[in-house]
Design a protein around this ligand. Structure first.
Ligand SMILES: Nc1ncnc2c1ncn2[C@@H]1O[C@H](COP(=O)(O)OP(=O)(O)OP(=O)(O)O)[C@@H](O)[C@H]1O
Length: 273
């Protein structure tokens, strides 16, 4: 079940009509770690085949909210969630939902590249094997690496250990590994923060390529990166009790050029952070 939304934006004398499909909706999401209230009342849409950036100061709950989208917080002892995360209208936290299946549809790429200490080829085929993939593995490896813009660099050394690749190549391999299980959504938690500027630029180019086929949610500390790669931006803040909350959500251009809230303006202009 998907709702098509038509939004009209007017800012800085420009008007824009955007038609978009909501694929994920967070409704009044509250997340605790034990008794600590980490995130309160987060509600926001994630639109299909768009890039949504989560920005905000350290500790405001960006990664916590990101992990709630594919139930990765389930793995953290003491983490609890209230509210709803709807994926195609279905509550991901309903009793009959298998988190393993969710993580196939909603994959994740982490801050530090974390390939398995195995060959490049095996890194790609691993998830597919577990899922009982019956197709052509060579083809899967080639298409996944091509989509992740890594094929040309590694096609002659697929048997080589993945840990011998550069950091940027390892991160693109992790993206290829995620793509190989054919997700609809890719969550990226600061995917370029451990990389040099050239490798970062390649990841940003890749994100713009991938959004033709996938919905992407990215946590980033780098506001330039958020403005370059994302269509929508969610700006999170922390209150006096260190609880994170969503301060403002808007199309990226609007949020950066004409923020509705004073705190957003102060944050994006570097007054705190
Ligand atoms: N596993 C955990 N156990 C307990 N508290 C946690 C855990 N993970 C995060 N927190 C706390 O929850 C709050 C939100 O953390 P989170 O990592 O989501 O913020 P963030 O905005 O992504 O931060 P950063 O930008 O520094 O990565 C912080 O106060 C953090 O200390």
């Amino acid at each position: 079940m998907q709702a098509t939304e038509v939004e009209n934006f007017e800012y800085l004398g420009k008007s824009e009509t955007v038609e978009k499909q909501k694929i994920i909706t967070l409704e009044d999401v509250n997340i605790h770690y034990g008794s600590f209230h980490a995130v309160k009342d987060a509600s926001l849409p994630i639109y299909e085949k768009q890039v949504t950036a989560f920005i905000g100061p350290s500790g405001c709950g960006k990664s916590t909210v990101l992990r709630s989208i594919n139930r990765m917080n389930d793995m953290i002892r003491g983490a609890t969630i209230d509210g709803q995360v709807l994926f195609h209208g279905q509550d991901l936290y309903a009793k009959d939902v298998d988190p393993v299946l969710i993580r196939r549809s909603i994959g994740m790429v982490f801050q530090k590249p974390n390939p398995f200490p195995k060959s490049i080829y095996e890194n790609i085929t691993w998830g597919a094997k577990i899922n009982g993939f019956k197709g052509d593995y060579d083809e899967l490896v080639e298409t996944s690496l091509q989509k992740a813009a890594l094929w040309d660099e590694v096609k002659d050394k697929l048997k080589q250990n993945a840990l011998q690749l550069s950091g940027g190549q390892q991160q693109r391999l992790c993206i290829a590994r995620t793509l190989a299980v054919q997700p609809e959504v890719i969550l990226m938690d600061e995917p370029a923060s451990a990389l040099d500027p050239i490798a970062t630029g390649r990841i940003e180019e890749l994100i713009l390529e991938l959004k033709q086929y996938y919905t992407i949610v990215i946590v980033t500390h780098n506001m330039g990166q958020a403005s370059r790669v994302s269509d929508n931006t969610a700006f999170f803040m922390v209150d006096e009790g260190r609880t994170g909350y969503l301060e403002e959500y808007a199309p990226t251009e609007q949020l950066f050029l004409n923020p509705a809230h004073k705190k957003t303006e102060e944050y994006i202009s570097g007054k705190f952070g």
